[in-house]
Design a binder for this molecule. Structure first.
Ligand SMILES: *Cc1c(COP(=O)(O)O)cnc(C)c1O
Ligand SMILES: [Zn+2]
Length: 616
């Protein structure tokens, strides 16, 4: 490592990794004023060495604040900290055994104060903001940066403005909001947010937080901790997810510094991993390019690394090249499977981006990049609770039962939980194109989901399958899974007292949808009609009229949610409906179908029948 002459009291200089120009933090604390390139901090390691307290470094417990001497800070009275770092390095024997790795570790960065490694960076960055006299901070984010910067801005008593792309996971937004940030959701990508934020900072004189030079310095502590937690040994391989590439370059710098200081005698290979659909840095590495390969519209379940124009690509590529590492990618399904495995096998619940390193292990073993007895550290960058949708995407909804022992016993006897063990792979596979015989349906459910349908469930599944094929010819694995799950969840084995036999929709002269329905209610056939704000509304209004006619159990809708369950032209939607009766009893019913009207009617029927049986 190149040594620089110490000119300022804390002994560091800012250097552009693109054009090599030097600058000072008073001029720019973010990017190179000459070329907009990323900046790096150069230290005088001789000076550092002579000022270190080796004794306390060796003996104090791990924590990001233990390494203050390694950060470019000048006034420690201004420190903004929430006790970050000190996260566990877990030896993962169950997961390792399955993959054929003897020494697999997971560094669980989800145990930081806001659930993500970025807190290590926020410690240094927000302290620097204070040192430079900032009155407010702003940042662009895919969610986690926002949450972390908001938390540190709150404790530092600074207003915080956050730009996120529209559609950011709700857990991350909620976190930022509750810390008091002023969030602006932008109809654009993360890259759009970044550019807007840079201009906003300049114009309004906010401190620009984000994947810039001071954050990177804070994030080095992850590497220091790994070395300490391995009892001052260096792992063979460290695998890190890459979005902007800031964290991976910070971790590499951390390992280099401990080597430079003489604490360690070797360096690990650094492997950077990305989603298959957003391989900006991995592709640049493979094609020996100097800069990233741009992705215009990043789309991956790993939203925290869905960054099409990484800011720290040069540093990240250096980390891969200098350390003799490489890049690897995984597709969304494999990422979600890894998320599931980490939780099932090691009780570590992460978000999809944080599951990327584990998701790439199989490929890396196959490529012989890692060997079975290598010490491998996977950096699990963030906790899973902030993005619960990704977890529920692979795990079927749990069943809803009536509060009776009978229902519980039935659930256990039928082993309904077994479907949970089914894999998410091959979701798009077409299982059949024409309604098969019940025996065939039973066989396929057994082979695809490892679940044996009992006769009454099978009958119900076949009914649903038939309805499905009235709309769509091809049955994909994902479609069948939703049908089976729903039957398991909703089917009570009780006769329906109410159902819609038929309906017809038209539009009135006033352009309002008008529905005629034929319902069967307590064995009687009733015909009613009604107008509604929309077609679903009209049908349900007409159905409720029929119920009112008999003056039985009146009910209202309390909620109505529609979610697209499978993408594409033949998308299957799930309708979830809250239905409430006069006496205040409320149930939630759901149904899936490629047709939103059919799903809505079915959910309403289910809800009503549930209420009916609850009343008695
Ligand atoms: C930010 C983030 C990353 C990517 O880190 P970079 O420094 O942008 O490469 C990975 N995982 C999670 C959970 C993150 O929040
Ligand atoms: Zn430059």
């Amino acid at each position: 490592m190149k040594k620089t002459k110490c000119e300022n009291p804390s002994c560091y200089r800012l250097k552009c990794v693109n054009c090599g120009a030097y600058t000072t933090e008073e001029v720019s604390a973010t990017v190179c004023p000459k070329c907009n390139g990323a900046l790096d901090v150069e230290y005088d390691y001789e000076y550092m060495k002579s000022h270190l307290n080796f004794y306390s470094l060796r003996n104090a417990p791990v924590s990001a604040r233990k390494y203050l001497e390694f950060y470019p800070l000048k006034n420690l009275n201004l420190l903004v900290t929430l006790s970050e770092g000190g996260t566990p390095l877990r030896k993962c024997d169950r997961l390792g055994k399955e993959l054929g790795l003897k020494k697999l570790y997971i560094k669980n960065e989800g145990e930081n104060p806001t659930g993500v490694f970025k807190d290590r960076g926020s410690l240094v960055e927000l302290t620097k903001a204070r040192e430079l006299g900032a009155k407010a901070v702003c940042c662009a984010s895919t969610g986690n940066m926002a949450a972390s910067v908001s938390a540190y801005a709150a404790i530092a008593d600074m207003p915080c403005y956050v730009l996120v792309p529209d559609g950011t996971p709700i857990g991350k937004l909620a976190q930022s909001l509750i810390y008091g940030a002023r969030i602006l959701q932008i109809r654009g990508t993360y890259a759009d947010c970044c550019k807007l934020c840079e201009r906003m900072a300049k114009k309004h004189n906010f401190y620009l937080a984000g994947d810039y030079v001071f954050r990177a310095e804070g994030q080095k502590s992850c590497a220091y901790e790994i070395v300490e937690q391995l009892f001052w040994k260096v792992p063979d391989v460290v695998i890190v997810p890459m979005g902007c590439g800031t964290n991976i370059s910070a971790i590499w710098k951390g390992f280099k510094e401990f080597y430079e200081m003489g604490f360690t005698d070797k360096l690990p290979r650094i492997i950077g991993v990305q989603p298959e659909s957003v391989p900006t840095i991995v592709k640049a590495f493979d094609e020996k390019k100097k800069r990233y390969v741009r992705v215009d519209k990043p789309a991956s379940v790993a939203s925290a690394v869905g960054i099409g124009e990484p800011l720290d690509d040069i540093k990240a590529l250096n980390a891969l090249r200098e350390s003799k590492g490489c890049g690897e990618t995984a597709d969304d399904i494999t990422i979600l499977e890894a998320e599931k495995d980490m939780a099932h096998k090691e009780s570590i619940f992460v978000e999809p981006s944080a599951a990327l390193p584990v998701a790439c292990l199989k490929k890396l073993l196959k490529r012989k990049i890692i060997k079975p007895d290598d010490i491998v550290v996977c950096v699990a960058t963030g906790v899973g609770l902030k993005d619960p949708k990704s977890a529920t995407q692979i795990m079927p909804d749990p069943p809803v039962l009536e509060p009776t022992d009978e229902d519980i016993n039935k659930y256990l006897k039928n082993k309904v939980y077994e479907i949970r063990a089914s894999s998410v792979a091959g979701k798009e596979n077409v299982l059949w194109e024409k309604t098969p015989q019940p025996a065939k349906v039973k066989e396929i459910v057994k082979s695809e989901f490892n679940f044996v349908l009992s006769d009454d469930y099978l009958k119900e599944v076949c009914k649903e399958v038939k309805l499905f094929h009235e709309k769509v010819s091809k049955m994909r694995k994902a479609d069948l899974q939703y049908i089976v799950e729903n039957v398991l969840k909703e089917f009570t084995g009780k006769e329906k007292v109410f159902f819609v036999k038929d309906y017809a929709l038209s539009v009135t002269r006033h352009k309002k949808p008008h529905a005629k329905v034929v319902v069967s209610y307590l064995g009687e056939i009733l015909k009613t009609e009604a107008e509604g704000a929309g077609p679903v509304d009209a049908i349900i209004k007409a159905a409720r009229k029929a119920i009112q006619k008999k003056d039985k159990l009146e009910c209202w809708l309390t909620s109505f949610n529609v979610e697209i369950k499978t993408k594409g032209t033949d998308a299957v939607v799930e309708v979830r409906m809250g239905v409430k009766s006069k006496d205040g009893t409320e149930v939630i019913a759901s149904a899936t179908s490629p047709d939103i009207i059919v799903a809505s009617i079915e959910a309403f029927e289910r809800g009503y029948n549930m209420l009916y049986y609850k009343q008695r």
